[in-house]
Design a protein around this ligand. Structure first.
Ligand code: ATP
Length: 141
């Protein structure tokens, strides 16, 4: 099966670098599926799950927005943050979710406070989802 190199990097570290068969990324306008030989493009990502198909298996990472570039020889994701499922600290994500929900329920917030809390809530929910799906996959295997 044909494959394409996928590099996922953040400002802090290289998170993932492998030849893969398909990438499904959370584009700002919806899910974006990329197969080898895809036309070059550059797009913005939102917080969400980035799914990778490789060797008949699927793995997911939590990303919190960034950019995706399809080049002729590889796909590059420059993420604000990215974690593989096994790197996700579930207790930390639960705590971030609780804090964000608390902030959203407070009265007298500015629109900016609310947007920050919503973004934080979304990041925590994505992390919890990715960790939970990996746990279920492990159970099935
Ligand atoms: P928190 O409120 O828990 O710090 P956050 O959403 O504000 O969460 P980010 O600003 O998105 O955190 O990320 C800061 C750094 O911490 C990044 O390197 C990110 O990968 C890492 N990180 C954040 N939450 C988790 C988590 N639950 N498990 C593992 N790494 C995390």
């Amino acid at each position: 099966m044909s494959s394409i190199r996928l590099d996922i990097v953040t400002a802090e570290r290289a998170v993932y670098s492998e030849d893969v068969e398909m990438v499904i990324a959370p584009g700002v306008q919806g899910q974006l599926g990329i197969l080898p030989h895809h036309t070059p493009l550059m797009t913005t990502l939102q917080a969400g799950e980035l799914r990778i198909k490789k060797g008949g298996q699927e793995v997911s990472l939590a990303i919190s927005g960034g950019f995706l570039e399809v080049r002729p020889d590889k796909v590059v994701v420059l993420a604000d943050s990215a974690e593989r499922a096994d790197e996700i600290d579930v207790a930390r994500a639960e705590e971030a979710k609780r804090r964000a929900q608390e902030r959203l329920s407070e009265k007298g917030q500015t629109g900016a406070d609310e947007s920050l809390a919503e973004a934080s809530l979304r990041r925590s929910l994505v992390r919890l989802k990715v960790a939970d799906m990996a746990r279920r996959r492990r159970k099935r295997a």
